[in-house]
Write a protein that binds this ligand. Structure first.
Ligand code: GUN
Length: 297
């Protein structure tokens, strides 16, 4: 079994991003700027936004952080986003999800300028991706593609089973992996979800399994074939009685599955760090387009 070490891949790609950023800064004394918006005080969301901002700062990206209370109105949030859309100094906008129930998430996504939608959530970007037109690919799918690339895993000709059909992971990934592209696509993709009966019928014939369901220990060794490639996108916080603390685990029963798999990504330290790489690449792309054409993608 080979561990798909996301921290190692992260170090490799961050160096490339930093090199490019430094080069541009030397030439024109400008650097990319990411605007993050956090609504409410969800502990994990706060942690993720802080992490993104601290890595941005480390590699010389500028950051602009906006924090609202849970009770902010949808209208005010949209007005803020509209202002940022027009701000030429900001290259990327990220509204941390999930948002409070009082806010319609789709309305927020629709209000973001697709040229600054470095999350790749806007229908214009999702639609372009579906058609194979250059667009922002959302951070998690992009991070997974880069993780596979780093470990020289091609999925062409392979049977990929994706468990979970979220707009952020499962749906875009199913489009990307089945697209007519030899670099990251041309796989046969089966997308299974909560209404699929006998999921193990599909997972047992999969060469690659990508799971994002938010259920700890969901994938067991008896659900996979020998030497399958396992990518765990799950992030679940569970209470550990032994240590009296919370710990983060994935959707895969790692200890059960690891010896039967050929490659497996751990949680933490697998897909997680790579999602940040996906986001930084998108922000850099937006910034480079602005420099080249005076506008973003
Ligand atoms: N919450 C969990 N994952 C993501 C992500 O990729 N982008 C945003 N904006 N929020 C998230």
């Amino acid at each position: 079994m080979i561990l798909l070490d996301g921290k190692k891949a992260f170090d490799f790609f961050i160096e490339k991003i930093q090199y490019e950023t430094d080069l541009i800064k030397k030439n024109i004394n400008e650097s990319p700027c990411l605007c993050t918006i956090l609504v409410g005080n969800n502990y994990s969301s706060k942690l993720y936004v802080n992490k993104k901002n601290s890595i941005c700062s480390k590699i010389g990206f500028k950051t602009h952080f906006i924090h609202y209370n849970n009770d902010i109105s949808e209208k005010l949030l949209i007005n803020t986003i509209k202002k940022i859309n027009l701000n030429k100094n900001i290259d990327g906008i990220l509204v941390q999800m999930p948002l409070p129930n009082s806010i319609n998430t789709n309305n927020i996504i629709l209000s973001i300028d697709p040229n600054k939608d470095v999350d790749g959530f806007h229908p214009e970007n999702l639609g372009k991706m579906a058609l194979g037109i250059e667009s922002y690919i959302s951070a998690t799918p992009k991070g997974i593609l880069l993780l596979l690339e780093y470990f020289n895993i091609t999925i062409k000709n392979k049977h990929c089973v994706i468990i979970g059909r979220s707009n952020i992971v499962g749906k875009p990934l199913s489009m990307l992996l089945s697209s007519n592209n030899d670099n990251f696509g041309n796989a046969t993709v089966t997308l299974v979800h909560s209404y699929t009966q006998n999921i193990e019928t599909y997972t047992r014939i999969a060469d690659v399994i990508i799971i994002a369901v938010g259920i700890p220990y969901f994938l067991k060794a008896n659900m996979i074939k020998k030497n399958a490639i396992i990518i765990d996108v799950g992030i679940n916080k569970i209470f550990c009685k032994k240590t009296n603390t919370y710990k983060v685990i994935g959707d895969v029963d790692f200890n059960d599955v690891k010896e039967k798999s050929s490659y497996i990504s751990p949680v933490p330290g697998g897909v997680g760090p790579m999602t940040i790489i996906g986001l930084l690449y998108n922000t850099l792309i937006s910034f480079k387009k602005k420099i080249k054409y005076g506008k973003t993608l």
